[in-house]
Design a protein around this ligand. Structure first.
Ligand code: SAM
Length: 284
């Protein structure tokens, strides 16, 4: 019988944020695989869980452990992977192991729970119908600047993890690159000093800069582009003619206009369908 690899979400601050099922699974498995055993011990002690650790799967050590972990699963042992906080694999170790288990045909079962990105998004007041999770912002200033610049025509809400050391600098970059966007900083989620700061980059920068020291963990949420990007009408018309001549379906043409020319989706849809209506109404 194959063992099961459970992916168990644990609290991102408030120890109460753990599901009954997560506790049951952590108590019942043969071993817990932790990112850092010392960090996970705090949660395990709190819930009187005495399951032994197998090993740490911190980034770097993970690949060396995969074969022995697969062999445990092959022997029918049930394992639970936990990270230091929140959902494993979300900006945390675990992906190579899960990929290897899936490829080896071993059952992998999620035990969902807290995730800082989702917690921040849900209370942000920004649209969630479409969002993009971008993980941790790069350390380098140039890379962060290019990343923010690439958001200029993006309409969906974008979510980033950022450290307290760089958050002021990232906000300064946003003042320069995306000065009018609605931003939300979700700080210390689920903890005593939880706070949401909402405003433009310059408003948030001023607010944080006033503090003696910038402390805590941050989720940075950038609202999507609200004003349509004005694409060159000539270029749009030419591209539309060429795509229509190739008999591409309207859905594909809309996608190409959005991705190729940075036209907002609803605008691209309108242009494509307006052209169809115009052609239908032309006298034969
Ligand atoms: N796996 C975690 C999850 O599900 O959210 C994310 C782990 S990632 C290594 C750590 C980053 O997540 C932090 O640097 C911070 O940006 C964000 N984060 C984690 N806990 C947070 C909290 N309580 N409040 C705000 N941000 C948090």
């Amino acid at each position: 019988m194959n063992g099961i690899l459970y992916l168990v979400a644990t609290p991102i601050g408030n120890l109460g944020d753990i599901t009954h099922r997560a506790i049951e699974v952590l108590k019942s498995v043969d071993f817990i695989l932790a990112e850092d055993t010392r960090t996970s011990l705090r949660v395990l002690k709190h819930y009187d869980i005495h399951t032994p650790f197998f090993s740490s799967v911190y980034q770097g050590a993970e690949r060396q452990r995969i074969l022995s972990i697969l062999s445990l699963l092959g022997d029918g042992k049930h394992l639970a992977l936990v990270s230091d906080a929140g959902t494993p694999l979300v900006s945390d170790p675990g992906f190579p192991l899960v990929r290897a288990a899936v490829d080896a045909g071993q059952p992998v079962v999620p035990v969902p729970g807290p995730c800082a990105a989702i917690a921040g998004l849900t209370a942000s007041g920004l649209p969630l119908d479409r969002f993009s999770f971008e993980g941790a912002l790069p350390r380098g200033r140039g890379a962060r600047q290019s990343l923010f610049t690439s958001l200029e025509s993006r309409e969906e809400t974008c979510v980033f993890y950022e450290s307290s050391h760089r958050i002021l600098d990232s906000l300064q970059l946003l003042v320069e690159v995306l000065p009018t966007r609605r931003l939300v900083l979700a700080r210390e989620l689920t903890k005593v000093h939880e706070e949401f700061l909402r405003g433009t980059a310059s408003e948030l920068h001023t607010c944080l800069a006033e503090k003696d020291r910038v402390r805590g963990e941050f989720v940075l949420i950038v609202g999507g582009a609200e004003t349509p990007v004005t694409a060159d009408q000539e270029a749009v018309h030419r591209m539309l003619e060429e795509l229509k001549a190739e008999n591409l379906p309207n859905k594909s043409i809309v996608r190409i206009l959005v991705n190729g020319l940075g036209i907002p989706r609803n605008e691209a849809y309108r242009i494509v369908h307006q052209k169809d209506d115009g052609e239908r109404n032309e006298p034969s």
